[in-house]
Design a protein around this ligand. Structure first.
Ligand SMILES: [Zn+2]
Length: 218
C-alpha cells in the first residue's frame, strides 16, 4: 500500500506469521528508509526487493521502532542486500538479544542475528535528505520503543505503541502498562488531530480518531 505525501511516500507491507507492517519511506529523490523489515520467507524478501527495484529506490537507512521478533526478521537480509547498518534505541538491545528465545517460545523461525551499529536517542532528529524525522521515546510496549515523526507532513511511524482502537500489549518482558499510557499521552496525544499514525499491525489511523475513539485512552 502506497501513501504519497508532498516530499515522501509511505509504503507498507504486511509480512510474517505475526502480520507485521514493514515500512519503506521514500524521499522524492528516491532515497529510502526501511523501517522494521519483517520479511520471513524468501517470497517476502522478493516482494520488498522488487518494490525497491521497480521504483528505482536507494535504501539509505535501516531502523527498528523496537526489536520484537516480528519487527526484525528481515534486518540481516536488508543489511546484507543494501549494505546498511542497523540503528535502534539502546534500551532495545536486551529485546534484540532475547529474539531467539522468543522465536522458540512461539515455535517460529529463529531470526538471523544482526547487531546494531549505532543507537538512536530520544529527542534526536534523523534526516532523509531535507526531510526531518523527530525521534520520540515511547517505552511501555517495549523498553526502548521509538517513533519517527514527520512534523511537516503530519505522520508518525509508531511501531506497536498505538493501534486503531487499541494500544500495544504490555505483558511481554520489559512491558509496562502505566509507562505505555504515559508515553502515548506525553508523546503522541500532544500532536495535532490530523497526524496520521502508521503502526506495526493493522490499519493506519490518526491522532484525532484515537483521541475520540480509543477505549484505552479515556
Ligand atoms: Zn512489538
Amino acid at each position: 500500500m502506497d501513501n504519497a505525501k508532498l516530499n515522501t511516500n509511505i509504503a507498507s507491507f504486511c509480512f510474517n506469521p505475526f502480520q507485521e507492517n514493514t515500512y519503506v519511506i521514500t524521499h522524492a529523490n528516491k532515497d529510502c528508509w526501511i523501517i522494521d523489515p519483517g520479511c520471513y520467507t524468501l517470497q517476502e524478501q522478493k516482494v520488498l526487493i522488487s518494490y525497491i527495484e521497480k521504483n528505482g529506490l536507494k535504501p539509505v537507512r535501516l531502523v527498528n521502532t523496537h526489536c520484537h521478533l516480528d519487527h526484525i526478521y528481515g534486518n540481516k537480509f536488508v543489511a546484507d542486500e543494501y549494505k546498511l547498518d542497523l540503528g535502534i534505541h539502546e534500551k532495545e538491545l536486551v529485546v534484540l538479544n532475547a529474539a531467539e528465545m522468543a522465536a522458540r517460545m512461539y515455535g517460529a523461525k529463529i531470526p538471523e542475528k544482526l547487531e546494531p551499529s549505532y543507537f538512536i536517542s530520544e529527542n534526536e532528529k534523523l534526516e532523509l535528505n531535507d526531510v526531518v524525522f523527530d525521534i520520540l521515546f515511547t517505552p511501555g510496549h517495549s523498553p526502548g520503543s521509538i517513533c519517527f515523526l514527520n512534523k511537516n507532513e503530519n505522520y508518525c511511524i509508531v511501531g506497536d505503541v498505538l493501534f486503531q482502537n487499541s494500544i500495544g500489549r504490555t505483558d511481554l518482558p520489559g512491558g509496562n502498562h502505566h509507562t505505555l499510557i504515559k508515553s502515548i499521552e506525553t508523546q503522541l496525544l500532544v500532536l495535532d488531530d490530523i497526524v496520521e499514525i502508521y503502526n506495526g499491525h493493522g490499519n493506519p489511523t490518526t491522532i484525532g480518531a484515537e483521541r475520540r475513539n480509543n477505549p484505552f485512552l479515556v
